[in-house]
Design a protein around this ligand. Structure first.
Ligand code: DX5
Ligand code: ZN
Length: 214
């Protein structure tokens, strides 16, 4: 399993140390949640924070844009060092051209689905995607409970991938813990994003090791 700790739950007073800690514990990815106070009712951090962290880390930077006006801002996140750049299906009208623009920079492209958005909307784009981020909470805040009714969506995307030989990774974001990570792993997730479960844990090492073994 690819494990992507979500920096949103880290200690913002020691960001560089938090990144170093998870990197030393063997994770491959770092999940960076960008919130603009419009697409979601919360604000996190922007491209300059990513840019500041980039030189100190070899982790794959998995940037999750929860913002409006994606066309206006996406390049800043690429310049800051995103390896995967994921935007929300619900945040833009011109999905196809945005996929093309992001891919043209050599950055991997992902689309995220809010819980109410069905997997079927992605059918025209599946062949071009590097990642699909299935939200298992309403985007905007860490520490919420996993929505188990999203499991069939993960299964559907897994089946479509197998039937058509698509290349996208299936990533699952929201309410991931020891139990829910097993469920999504068995259903077909390639990546688990975990914030609270890791950064607020008394034993982050043990938890990361358990997720990596899934
Ligand atoms: C929520 C974010 C998540 C969040 C997950 O909008 O996209 O990445 O950090 O937090 P936990 O793991 O606490 O549910
Ligand atoms: Zn996220």
């Amino acid at each position: 399993m690819i494990v992507a700790p979500s920096l949103l739950a880290a200690d913002f007073n020691h960001l560089a140390e938090e990144v170093k800690k998870v990197e030393e514990l063997g994770v491959q990815w770092l999940h960076l949640d960008i919130m603009d106070g419009h697409f979601v009712p919360n604000i996190s951090f922007g491209p300059d924070v990513i840019k500041a962290l980039r030189p100190n880390s070899k982790l794959v930077f998995d940037v999750h844009l929860m913002i409006e006006k994606v066309e206006t801002y996406f390049q800043k996140y690429i310049d800051a060092g995103a390896d995967y750049l994921t935007f929300h299906f619900e945040a833009t009208k011109d999905i196809a051209s945005l996929i093309k623009k992001i891919k043209a920079t050599g950055t991997k492209v992902g689309i995220s689905l809010k819980p109410a958005t069905p997997a079927s909307v992605l059918k025209p784009y599946l062949k071009d995607l590097d990642l699909i981020l299935v939200m298992t909470v309403e985007p905007g805040f860490g520490g919420q409970s996993f929505m188990s009714d999203m499991v069939p969506k993960i299964k559907e995307l897994k089946d479509l991938k197998e039937q058509n030989n698509y290349n996208y990774l299936i990533s699952v974001d929201g309410g991931i813990n020891g139990d829910t990570s097993k469920i999504v792993s068995e259903t077909g997730a390639d990546v688990v994003v975990a914030g609270t479960y890791l950064f607020k844990s008394p034993d982050i090492k043990e938890r990361i090791e358990a997720l990596l073994e899934l």
